[in-house]
Design a protein around this ligand. Structure first.
Ligand SMILES: C[S@@+](CC[C@H](N)C(=O)[O-])C[C@H]1O[C@@H](n2cnc3c(N)ncnc32)[C@H](O)[C@@H]1O
Length: 240
């Protein structure tokens, strides 16, 4: 598999990964991705401003609202794209939305099949997450349980809804078919992403191998976490 093409200039970045470019425009070119660490740094360096103007306060929120619908609900940094390239596995992505993550990965040489129950298109009201927008790369119409047809690929879930069981059904279909590798991008239990049963399944059936922060908007705590399927220890013990 080839290495991801290096992004060298700001203009290059704007063209190749416009969502990441927009995030950088809002937070600055040296800003760290993790909002907690960012806050600690601002306090330590004295750059934190307790009373920003109203315009300064709402600008990041306006940018986020504009970006999530047009691009993706999570920002793919060059580092997470490179990390996914390095695991050297084809990907099946479900709930892929506009196909923005799929495009970033495909551009970096990763073999991705991407699905969504309502691939966005102009004037399509059915996908309220991505209204009146278009796809960045091919997303095929299918329910998330299609993950069960691709157990030999790594399952990618980016910002699955917290108030629908899509993530749980996708994960169970995938694991039930023998799928063993998962990359989940979103928040932890009780957060904005993934339903409760999904987080319970992660806790019980999957072991966390590694994680990294991806660029976080204000109030959002997104991480990309790599998991491997592992039966609970008591079941392993029982079978011996
Ligand atoms: C919050 S959006 C995230 C989209 C994309 N992953 C992103 O990060 O921008 C949730 C997506 O899940 C899709 N979705 C919801 N239920 C689904 C299901 N049962 N099967 C497939 N996709 C589903 C929606 O259509 C929507 O595109």
């Amino acid at each position: 598999m080839s290495s991801p093409a290096r992004i060298t200039t700001a203009t290059d970045l704007e063209v190749r990964n416009p969502l990441y470019h927009e995030w950088r425009e809002v937070f600055g070119h040296d800003a760290v991705y993790d909002s907690r660490v960012r806050f600690e740094e601002e306090i330590r360096t004295g750059s934190y401003r307790r009373s920003p103007s109203i315009e300064e306060s709402i600008r990041p929120h306006q940018a986020r609202i504009r970006c999530v619908s047009r691009y993706s609900w999570a920002v793919p940094s060059p580092e997470i794209i490179e990390a996914i390239v390095r695991i050297d596995s084809p990907i099946v992505e479900v709930g892929a939305g506009t196909g923005y993550w799929a495009k970033m990965l495909r551009d970096a040489g990763v073999d991705v099949v991407a699905f969504d129950q309502h691939p966005p298109e102009p004037d399509l009201a059915a996908n309220h997450w991505h209204k009146n927008t278009t796809q960045w790369s091919e997303v095929i119409r299918s329910d998330a349980t299609v993950a069960g047809d691709f157990p030999d690929r790594t399952l990618l879930l980016v910002w699955p809804p917290y108030d629908e069981d899509m993530a749980t059904r996708a994960l169970r279909a995938y694991a039930g078919a023998g799928g063993r590798q998962l990359i989940y991008v979103g928040e932890g239990p009780g957060g904005c992403t993934g339903d409760d049963a999904f987080h319970e399944d992660l806790e019980r059936w999957w072991v966390e191998l590694a994680y990294m922060a991806v660029p976080q908007w204000f109030g959002i705590h997104d991480y990309a976490t790599f998991y491997a399927h592992q039966p609970p220890l008591e079941l392993v013990a029982d079978s011996q």
